[in-house]
Design a protein around this ligand. Structure first.
Ligand code: BES
Ligand code: ZN
Ligand code: ZN
Length: 504
């Protein structure tokens, strides 16, 4: 999507749909006048409430050059970035449904709005662009179009080609700065969503690694891929155990972004890359099993975040670590009761082969701590169904052994709308993952499934004092029944970029 910032009066804006954002306040104070000036019927204001994300499309502006369609766009109180992002998502999504090609948002007066929201104009513009990118996203690369109706004479565009942002003269530069940033985050989020949406027969461990190598080449960061032989030499017993049932070799990908100048912090980001999780010998029920193609969402967010960090040129040393494999049943697969030795040397009784994510993350966490001595470690994983039971689809579970880090991630969630809620890591939960035969069991029984999973991971950070685990099982993938655009969401990219930006 091409994005341009322009100074133009409303009447000369060549666009298929122009959005006029209204907050509750501006709805009260300005809407009547604005609509009358454009020759539009003010009766619509009986129903339009300017709730964040509310869109009403109006036709028939009386003036000669008024855009053919005007969208009243609600931003709620208009005081939170999240409201603007939500509004932008609805707006772009509506435009895609209407098959429109060129859309515009009126950002005159953005300075006042930004001031009342306590944000810079650039940040607000970035949120708008990010939202438009997210709302315009559709996953259609596996559609051939062969069954589409042939008799339709009208060739409708499939996607939005251009977004115009109408700005006051003095604001153009500042808005352009925000647009540039928003475009980067939106494009990295799109990459993450594409990876999540690709099914197992299109995306195996090697493909994740290839994607990382390509991104590294293009955006100037180092990528090293460990293949099966090297993973064996390193003794990554968790990753190898999960891979035992597969015909596809595992990979362990290290993405390493070092800024040119001084580095403020070393941050390790670890992402679960299970390309398809059948459960293994502890096979999952078949209903909705296809959604488990999204079990590499953590890997996708880490890859998306690394690319974004490199393109934004943040002054941090950021390392991404992605253990990847599928989890399949077969005669060679690991079986419940097996005892494996992880990279750390810690032995694990495999109580359930479906608790595979923690096995591959265990190796990656220890490797991250040992090799890079990072100041901070954050892992992102679609780790437990129990997290969806606890917090539902919209919110991720957050676990951390550091209150300050937990608060920073929580605040970033509030800013970006990628919400997280902290759950405890109390010692009492250790009882549930004790094993009679090994150092620890990979399952913890019925209660507090996401906590026992996090307690398991904690054993592999080797006493690191600034670690967080984000369980994105809920928000990484929206089921078809959610009423929104289903599939991968790219959850984590915006959140992690926000956390990292705050540390710069
Ligand atoms: N990948 C799943 C978790 C998951 C479930 C993600 C639903 C997204 C949606 C994970 O590997 C898993 O299967 N976890 C088990 C753990 C259990 C066997 C201890 C679970 O949550 O049921
Ligand atoms: Zn599983
Ligand atoms: Zn899994």
């Amino acid at each position: 999507m091409k994005i341009s910032v322009i100074k133009s009066d409303l009447e000369h804006l060549g666009t298929d749909l122009l959005a006029l954002p209204f907050s509750h306040d501006s709805l009260k104070n300005e809407a009547e006048k604005t609509l009358s000036t454009l020759g539009l019927d003010i009766q619509v204001l009986k129903d339009f409430k300017a709730e964040a994300g509310e869109v009403v499309v109006l036709y028939g502006g009386g003036k000669k050059h008024t855009p053919a369609r005007i969208a009243l766009l609600g931003v709620g109180e208009g005081k939170k970035l999240d409201e603007w992002r939500k509004a932008a998502i609805s707006f772009a999504s509506k435009a895609v449904e209407m098959k429109l090609e060129k859309i515009a948002v009126d950002c005159s007066g953005i300075e006042t709005v930004a001031a009342s929201a306590g944000q810079s104009v650039a940040t607000l513009a970035a949120a708008l662009v990010e939202g438009c990118g997210a709302g315009a996203y559709r996953f259609d690369r596996l559609k051939s179009g062969k069954l589409d109706k042939k008799n339709s004479t009208e060739k409708k565009p499939k996607k939005i080609e251009e977004l115009l942002i109408r700005a006051d003269a003095g604001m153009v530069e500042e808005i352009e700065k925000g647009v540039a940033e928003g475009k980067i985050v939106a494009s990295c989020q799109k990459m993450a969503r594409d990876l999540v949406n690709l099914p197992g027969n299109y995306l195996q461990a090697e493909d994740i690694s290839k994607g990382a190598v390509e991104s590294g080449k293009k955006h100037g960061y180092d990528v090293t891929v460990f293949h099966k032989k090297e993973i064996e030499s390193l003794g990554m017993g968790g990753l190898l155990a999960v891979n035992k049932g597969s015909v596809h070799p595992p990979t362990f990908t290290v993405l390493d972004y070092k800024p040119k100048g001084e580095t403020k912090l070393v941050v390790a980001l670890v992402g679960k890359g299970v390309t398809f999780d059948s459960g293994g010998i502890s096979l999952k029920p078949s209903e909705n099993m296809g959604e488990m193609k999204s079990d590499m969402s953590g890997a996708a967010s880490v890859l998306g975040t690394l690319e974004a960090v490199a393109r934004l040129g943040l002054p941090l040393h950021v390392i991404g670590l992605i253990p990847a494999t599928d989890n399949m049943p077969s005669g060679t697969a690991q079986t419940p009761g097996d005892v494996i030795t992880t990279y750390s040397g810690i032995t694990v009784e495999v109580g359930n082969t479906d608790a595979e994510g923690r096995l591959i993350l265990a190796d990656a966490l220890t490797y991250a701590k040992e090799k890079y001595k990072p100041d901070v470690i954050i892992d992102v994983a679609t780790l437990t169904g129990a997290c969806i039971v606890a917090l539902g689809y919209p919110v991720a579970g957050l676990f951390s052994n550091n209150d300050k880090l937990a608060e920073e991630i929580f605040q970033a969630g509030q800013q970006t709308g990628e919400k997280v809620w902290r759950l405890p890591l109390w010692e009492v939960y250790d009882e549930q993952i004790k094993s009679d035969v090994a150092d620890v069991n990979n399952t913890g029984g019925r209660g507090a499934g996401s906590v026992t999973a996090a307690k398991f991971l904690e054993k592999f950070i080797d006493g690191h004092e600034k670690w967080a685990h984000i369980d994105i099982a809920g928000p990484s993938f929206l089921p078809k029944s959610s009423g929104k655009v289903s599939g991968g969401t790219g959850f984590g990219v915006s959140l992690l970029v926000e956390v990292l930006k705050k540390w710069c």
